[in-house]
Design a protein around this ligand. Structure first.
Ligand SMILES: [Zn+2]
Length: 273
């Protein structure tokens, strides 16, 4: 399933696999001035390809290598062999061998699945990607994954935030995420003069800095509570129940890969990153 919308000079593609007549677990790609930011998942790659048929596409940049953000990279590069795919240096082995380097749990295979391999070009922190009318700075923002970057347009104040910021108050976390690095990365982007935020899913935000700052406060307060309870000798299971509340459907769907327990473990530095 694919929905297209426009925000100023930015075209937004919302992409999700259709199951039982509904799009499930949407992710978002953006096209601006010939630069495609992320490419959705493998299931929706043919739809994105059709949508881009008449578009001017010069380069791709990936915010990170989770399979719901790199799904059409390989297909697009196979059709356009000169198409450059920019990504964090740690992303390159995963792009070139997704099946070998990124094991997927059953829920990830169902909703997103492995993409075709692709050939990436590394970008460094603060490197500027030039398009015809814009300059985009790469900002390393690890935490959600080690290879996560945000893309910041220097004049317009646009931030393409990938999965670093999608809003909401987290009560669960992925098994491989690092919550302290997420907080540090959020602080890094909150200091920028942002005007519009384009997240990897969820709605576009105008003037997003206050919302990012309140998310940082929420996450820091949560961390204080968890560390205090841990210092008092409470077990992880008890802290999870006290701080994160009732079990969540996502824990069942992901068989615990995305869970309240992983959020607590990450604050305690006990998550496997
Ligand atoms: Zn992700």
């Amino acid at each position: 399933m694919l929905n297209i919308s426009r925000f100023d000079q930015v075209t937004r593609f919302d992409l999700a696999r259709t199951l039982a007549g509904r799009g499930r677990y949407w992710t978002t790609a953006y096209l601006v001035d010939g630069l495609l930011v992320d490419t959705g998942c493998a299931h929706t790659a043919p739809e994105l390809l059709r949508a881009l048929k008449d578009a001017s596409l010069h380069r791709i940049v990936n915010t990170h290598t989770h399979e719901d953000h790199i799904g059409a990279d390989g297909l697009l590069q196979r059709l356009h062999p000169d198409l450059e795919i920019l990504a964090h240096p740690l992303a390159l082995p995963i792009l070139s061998d997704p099946r070998g380097k990124q094991p997927l749990q059953p829920y990830r295979r169902l909703f997103w699945c492995w993409p075709e391999p692709a050939r990436g070009t590394p970008v460094s922190d603060k490197e500027v990607i030039e398009t015809r009318h814009h300059r985009f700075q790469v900002i390393y923002t690890p935490g959600h994954s080690l290879d996560h970057v945000c893309i910041y347009e220097l004049v317009q104040g646009w931030l393409f935030s990938g999965d670093l910021f999608v809003g909401g108050q987290d009560r669960a976390l992925g098994a491989m995420y690092d919550i302290w690095h997420i907080i540090t990365s959020l602080k890094r982007v909150a200091d920028l003069p942002l005007k519009t935020l384009f997240p990897g899913s969820a709605r576009v935000r105008k003037d997003p800095r206050e919302e990012i700052r309140s998310k940082i406060s929420y996450l820091e307060d949560l961390g204080d509570c968890i560390l205090t309870l841990h210092d008092q000798g409470r077990y992880v299971r008890a802290i999870t129940r006290l701080i994160c509340g009732a079990p969540m459907p996502v824990e069942l769907i992901t068989l615990g890969h995305f869970s309240r327990r992983h959020l607590v473990l990450s604050y305690l530095g006990m998550n496997q990153v």
